[in-house]
Unconditional design. Structure first.
Length: 361
């Protein structure tokens, strides 16, 4: 059974080399006689795996010493609540820029703990653009400014880091982390669920400026306290060892492939190929996002006649192209082009799209 090209938004395709290594090591990790997920998280063997993953992630993302990395169970959604508890006083204002579905989720999770100020929103434009920085109404006393670096469902992405002055910038990078070089120092906090570019679902990475951990935040249990997790190197309780191990393999693979510079190049090539095919279709295909903020990771598109959708999905699946159905909030199609998607996968997709158009256009 050959592997298909899997365009799922997440959980998403993983590098075949990583899956094969995990398979080879599953029963016996490096002569241990047991799997890495059958042993204590405090064992020398697992500590070695965890420390290497951390060192490699720091190298991959060029994370400065000013920032600490937490490896936490709970998804990105959990972090959306925890950032409010950890960094804002009860009822303190936090600024949110709304650019799509995931920005709204972030607000819903934080709303019980902070006074949410919607600094800007592109909802009136049905999230086909990003709110221009000049129109943001930031609060001088905000605990943080929150943005969603890439909107996985709506397909819009910040192509530059917005300047927000002295208030720390917090960003949800779940669906674009490690897709291109990133100036971590510009952010107070970056969080990402692993299940797009960093490995399988089950672990989140939180990259936070150390000095922010001194904020008292709000009354909370120790298990919700980032400072406590940082003090125990993310081993306050049993971490998701399988996911940490898989994240380590995935990060190592990205370094071996040439790091984020190389992935930026590949991702630009893949996105250009797909958007060019959509735009060249004389209206047969359509992507409505303002060109300057089109996501390189998640490309939603529509067929001119929705009556063709079911056939497009069935035929693409038969051609070995999996999971192209769009999110129900948007409809149509969506192709996710994360780091593990090879350019050959996008070539196969655009060949299929041209052929489908020739037959049905
Ligand atoms: N933020 C973004 C940008 C996402 O794409 C997702 C999941 N697709 C989430 C947050 C939520 O992540 P989780 O399901 O891991 O909580």
């Amino acid at each position: 059974m050959p592997r298909v090209f899997n365009f799922s938004a997440g959980p998403a395709t993983l590098p075949e080399a990583v899956l094969r290594q995990a398979q080879a090591e599953m029963l016996d990790w490096h002569g241990l006689g047991a799997s890495i997920v059958e042993i204590s998280h405090r064992s020398a063997e697992f500590m070695q795996v965890a420390e290497r993953a951390d060192a490699d992630l720091r190298t991959l993302l060029a994370i400065p010493d000013s920032h600490v990395v937490l490896y936490l169970s709970g998804g990105a959604t959990t972090q959306q609540a925890l950032i409010a508890l950890n960094f804002a006083g009860a009822g303190q204002t936090a600024d949110y820029v709304v650019s799509g579905h995931w920005s709204k989720t972030a607000i819903r999770q934080a709303a019980p703990y902070v006074a949410v100020n919607i600094a800007a929103s592109s909802e009136e434009d049905r999230f086909r653009s990003l709110p221009g920085r000049e129109g943001w109404r930031l609060s001088p006393d905000a605990a943080y400014v929150h943005i969603t670096a890439n909107e996985t469902i709506h397909g819009v992405e910040y192509r530059t880091t917005p300047e927000v002055g002295d208030v720390p910038l917090f960003a949800d990078f779940s669906s674009s982390i490690a897709s291109e070089p990133l100036d971590v120092a510009k952010y107070g906090l970056i969080y990402a669920g692993a299940q797009k570019n960093l490995g399988p679902v089950g672990i989140s990475v939180v990259i936070v400026r150390r000095e922010l951990l001194e904020r008292s935040g709000q009354h909370r249990a120790e298990i919700f306290d980032y400072r406590a997790h940082a003090a125990r190197d993310s081993m306050l309780n049993t971490p998701p060892t399988w996911n940490w191990y898989m994240l380590g393999l995935t990060v190592r693979w990205m370094l071996e492939q040439g790091g984020v510079d190389e992935f930026a190049r590949r991702n630009a090539e893949k996105a250009a190929l797909l958007y060019a095919t959509i735009d060249a279709g004389d209206g047969f295909y359509r992507n409505e996002i303002e060109a300057s903020v089109r996501s390189r990771m998640n490309v939603p598109f529509f067929l001119h006649d929705p009556a063709l959708d079911a056939m497009f999905l069935a035929e693409s699946r038969a051609a070995g192209l999996m999971a192209l159905k769009g999110h129900k909030a948007v409809g149509g199609m969506r192709a996710s082009l994360y780091n593990a998607m090879p350019v050959e996968g996008v070539r196969a997709l655009v060949d299929f799209m041209r052929d489908f158009q020739a037959r049905h256009g």
